[in-house]
Design a protein. Structure first.
Length: 342
């Protein structure tokens, strides 16, 4: 066998010859044209698989100016909320005949900028983005917007106006519900660990926290409010600071579940009884919150509903060829999930 010989690439003409059909019929069948009989489509697909035919998606895209691919940039695929959103988007897009290119920024702005360039060069029909916590300048998306490519920001969205679509959770209400719940269970000295205020998520969740405290005429102790990267280690450090003084909090609202779980671990390690001495509530309803002891109260964000709304809006934009510039954000409702930690 000649190792230098390239493997043969079968074409539509090979399928047409094998089935004694016209190349045009083969092309229409491969594109699921409604005027082609189902049996013919089935025969074509079977023969294509038998011959090892691979469609040249890029060439097809160049001819039609559509690639039927959508780009998606997320901070981390491993995050429960984004994993659920991705699954919903991919399944829904597949039903509409679109493929999804999933990219992970690792929560790094430089990576997000690079990925935006790569997806633009890949001729995606649309782009869906959950930004990094460092993203305050969105100019690396300008080339897509100016080219008429729909851009949808979800969850982590720009704080200022930008010519794209925003889909987000009701984070203000989530922070308000969480704090009111702690107050209604008898807590008065409530701490809050949140993310950096460069992100809309933590601005809104903190605003909800402060509104509930103000409404119930409870003071906010500045020594018990933290705005930091929401890691397990940072949460332990914040808890150590709060519980090193003579006066300690009797409740904690954490802006994510990772921090809430770390706070619960700290309480166990230091003989603090939850919920008797310290009530804890997190945010996102990560599956781990329901299986640890005690099970953690949290805020449900409904990631599947977020994914469904993204695809619903995107399909409408792709169909009509119009972007909803200046449209108010689509806001997905949230709910309180009460468990044994509060």
């Amino acid at each position: 066998m000649n190792k230098d010989k390239k493997p043969q690439q079968n074409t539509i003409l090979d399928i047409a010859e094998a089935l004694k059909l016209s190349p045009a019929t083969i092309s229409r069948a491969l594109n699921n044209h409604p005027h082609v009989k189902e049996k013919t489509k089935s025969d074509v697909l079977k023969m294509a698989a038998q011959l090892g035919y691979r469609r040249n998606q890029m060439a097809s895209g160049l001819r039609s100016n559509k690639t039927h691919t959508v780009g998606l940039i997320v901070p981390r695929i491993s995050m429960f909320f984004h994993a659920e959103v991705i699954t919903t988007i991919q399944n829904a897009l597949h039903k509409h005949g679109y493929n999804l290119i999933i990219c992970q920024s690792n929560d790094l702005l430089t990576m997000e900028e690079e990925l935006a360039d790569i997806l633009y060069a890949s001729r995606v029909d649309a782009l869906i983005v959950a930004c990094t916590l460092q993203t305050t300048d969105f100019s690396h998306f300008d080339k897509l917007v100016s080219s008429g490519i729909p851009v949808i920001f979800y969850d982590r969205v720009p704080l200022d106006a930008y010519p794209a679509t925003f889909i987000k959770g009701d984070d203000f209400r989530g922070g308000y519900l969480a704090t009111c719940h702690l107050i209604e269970t008898g807590s008065q000295k409530i701490a809050h660990i949140s993310g950096k205020l460069s992100s809309n998520l933590y601005q809104d969740r903190t605003a909800g926290f402060r509104k509930a405290m103000e409404q119930h005429q409870l003071p906010v102790n500045p020594d018990w409010v933290f705005h930091q990267e929401l890691t397990h280690e940072n949460a332990k450090e914040a808890m150590t600071k709060m519980f090193s003084g003579a006066i300690v909090p009797d409740a904690l609202f954490s802006a994510n579940d990772v921090t809430a779980i770390a706070a619960l671990e700290f309480a166990k390690e230091n003989g603090i009884q939850v919920p008797r001495d310290l009530k804890i509530i997190g945010y996102s309803n990560d599956p781990r919150t329901s299986i640890i002891t005690p099970a953690l109260s949290t805020i449900e964000q409904y990631p599947a509903k977020v994914g469904q709304k993204i695809v619903e809006v995107l399909m409408e934009q792709l169909k009509n060829g119009e972007r909803e510039v200046g449209q108010k954000p689509y806001v997905i409702p949230v709910d309180l999930i009460r468990r044994m930690s509060s």
